[in-house]
Design a protein around this ligand. Structure first.
Ligand code: SF4
Length: 321
């Protein structure tokens, strides 16, 4: 089958749009979607100028999503003095996994010439995820610990690096899975949070000054297309799955979504269109009636929405001590 836009052979067919594209037009379409998302989400504010550049910190794990995001943003803003990109990699202490993906991060950031910072749980908290999984004092999945520590490191370092924006490589499948999980769990609070954390107007997100605003410019691109882009551009992405990956429920939702998308192309896009609208409505209701009060953790000083004495990270670190 030929490409819809030229006479080259198509390398992909997107059932949700009907498009057949060759390698070069496919790569162009991924880049266009990321740039359109940056524009639509107003990520480059008016006050960004060459004299007042914005610092964007990208969570670079070395997996295909964050590698593709870093590559596309670099190509978009390399000549734009208003935006400075910084890559931030977190080393969780997972033998044989993170070391390899860290190599991918170093290779990419060196090739692109962007600043790269590496932070480890060992240096930050004196723990390694391999040992956390062994101890497991709270009888939880590995990802439940890891997520708390990662959020803490990302927020603190984004702030220390003077970030105006913290960007992550969530793709369309990740976002549709999370949306469906929140629907099925009836978790309206999380649906509202989704808007506040990464969808609402940037100016409003900035006024919740406790956190650096988040953005997910890859969220219109399906996972398989991100993987194909990384392959076609020969990017140094690390593909192996973490040995502690344990989100069984997400796996079930992922399989369900694959099947739905196969039988009803466009399902992920329609889930997200509805979810984003609904999250805006939920956020305005929660904002008026159930606003969460933020406070400082008396132990580490980080901002937390937990009512009680300490933040979740400090509680977990105590349990692991
Ligand atoms: Fe951490 Fe879970 Fe990701 Fe592994 S899969 S790095 S344990 S969050």
């Amino acid at each position: 089958m030929d490409c819809d836009r030229c006479s080259d052979e198509a390398v992909m067919h997107a059932a949700y749009s009907g498009a057949h594209l060759c390698a070069s037009h496919f790569c162009e379409s991924v880049e266009k979607r990321v740039r359109r998302r940056v524009r639509r989400d107003g990520l480059v504010p008016r006050e960004a100028t060459p004299e007042n550049p914005q610092t964007w910190v990208i969570g670079l794990s070395g997996g295909k999503d964050s590698v593709v995001l870093t590559q596309v943003l670099h190509e978009t803003f390399a000549e734009d003095p208003r935006i400075e990109l910084v890559a931030l990699t977190i080393h969780e202490g997972i033998e044989g996994y993170r070391d390899k993906s860290l190599d991918a991060c170093v290779e990419l950031s060196e090739a692109l010439g962007i600043r790269h910072e590496v932070v480890s749980y060992a240096e930050e908290f004196g723990i390694r995820m391999d040992e956390v999984v062994e101890d497991d004092p709270e009888n939880m999945a590995a990802c439940a610990y890891c997520g708390v520590f990662r959020r803490d490191v990302l927020s603190r370092y984004a702030e220390d690096l003077g970030a105006n924006l913290l960007l992550t490589g969530h793709n369309l499948d990740d976002e549709a899975q999370t949306a469906l999980m929140n629907f099925l769990e009836g978790d309206v609070g999380q649906i509202a949070k989704h808007f506040d954390a990464s969808l609402g107007p940037l100016a409003e997100r900035e006024t919740q000054e406790a956190f650096v605003p988040r953005a997910k410019p890859l969220r219109d691109v399906p996972e398989k297309e991100v993987a194909l882009y990384a392959h076609l551009r020969n990017l140094p992405a690390h593909i192996t799955e973490c040995p502690h990956a344990s989100e069984a429920y997400r796996g079930e939702i992922q399989r369900l979504l694959y099947e739905l998308e196969e039988n009803h192309p466009g399902t992920r896009h329609s889930i997200m269109a509805g979810y984003e609208e609904l999250s805006g409505v939920a956020a305005s209701r929660y904002g008026e009636e159930d606003g969460v009060e933020l406070q400082e953790c008396p132990e580490c000083g980080s901002t937390t929405s937990v009512t009680g004495d300490r933040c979740r990270k400090c509680t977990l670190l105590d349990a692991l001590a």
